[in-house]
Ligand binder design. Structure first.
Ligand code: VAH
Length: 312
């Protein structure tokens, strides 16, 4: 039976991943950790406060619970990282090296996400291949490319079973994202329900890969359960479900809220980041090597998002 340590467990991905892992493997087999704690979290299952830049603390928690799997999610996202690049480097890379070292010392199976942010302006923008040029122009992207290479290194050098995916922008209604470039694609649904109007900081015609959180969570668990001998790539699998621009969300929302109005007030900083990323990536390797398949297109996601937010 798996015993899993999750870092960044209170984040947009972590909060839903912990719930899904506990349903799959049992509450007591999933140790949630984050830089802060809440009483509510402690009541849901094993929880520890952990600053991922503290290697000794991370090792102690992994040892205390005798885990066999590490899912490392704690990181600063793209827009925040551009405002504080040195802090982002220290947290994103320091935390990752600690998680890899603890995993190596205790021989844990390892997961950490990369992102479409690992691509840059020179990367082919459409049907972006699994293996292609990666010269990102953001600190977040530099962190993600370095992270991909580090995870490959730990696999080849130490035989550590490292696995990961390049996530698109993730859309969810449980825990809001913080400091991302794709956050507009979450905000738009909340504002559609609340005020039937939204002003997008990303401009019309800006295509980016997106995915509904249920598809993302299923992808993590499917990849980690896959037969490792069948994986040609181990880390940084391209996965996507939707390639969309703000006007595509507007159209999908108007099928449910006809009076919904989308306007634009472009934020140059986040637009610059978005413009450096692909329009749509190719997920063939993930499909062939471990059976990745997204179930939510923009219409199915929009229906569920609006219903769930209205019910909150
Ligand atoms: C961000 N949501 O915007 C994250 C993600 C692909 C985007 O990495 O930074």
């Amino acid at each position: 039976m798996k015993k899993i340590l999750v870092t960044g467990a209170l984040g947009q991905i972590g909060s839903e991943l912990v719930t899904a892992l506990r349903e799959t493997y049992g509450t007591d087999n999933v140790i949630a950790t984050d830089i802060r704690s809440t009483e509510a979290e402690k009541e849901k299952g094993p929880f520890e406060v952990l600053d991922v830049t503290d290697a000794d603390a991370m090792f102690a928690i992994a040892k205390k619970y005798n885990v066999d799997t590490m899912m490392h999610l704690a990181a600063l996202l793209s827009a925040t990282a551009e405002k504080a690049p040195k802090k982002a480097w220290d947290l994103n890379m320091g935390g990752l090296v600690n998680a890899l070292e603890v995993s190596r010392e205790l021989n844990l199976q390892f997961f950490t996400p990369s992102s479409i942010g690992a691509f840059g302006p020179d990367t082919p923008k459409d049907n972006t291949p699994q293996d292609t040029i990666q010269r990102p122009t953001t600190m977040y992207g530099v962190n993600k490319v370095a992270g991909e290479l580090l995870c490959d290194y730990y696999f080849h050098r130490f035989g550590l079973d490292t696995r990961g995916v390049r996530f698109p922008g993730l859309i969810s209604y449980v825990t809001p994202p913080g400091g991302g470039t794709t956050d507009y694609a979450v905000e738009i649904y909340y504002e559609a329900v609340k005020s039937k109007a939204y002003t997008s900081y990303i401009g019309k015609g800006t295509y980016m890969d997106m995915m509904y959180m249920p598809d993302a969570i299923r992808a993590i668990i499917t990849l980690m359960e896959a037969d490792g001998s069948k994986l040609k790539h181990h880390n940084a699998f391209n996965i996507s479900a939707i390639s969309a621009a703000p006007e595509d969300f507007e159209k999908a929302i108007q099928k449910h809220i006809p009076e919904f109005k989308l306007s634009y007030d472009v934020d140059p900083a986040r637009q610059k980041i978005a413009d450096s990323w692909p329009n749509g990536i190719d997920s063939t390797c993930a499909a062939e090597e471990w059976g990745f398949k997204a179930e939510y297109d923009i219409d199915k996601m929009t229906k569920d998002m609006l219903e769930k937010i209205a019910a909150k």
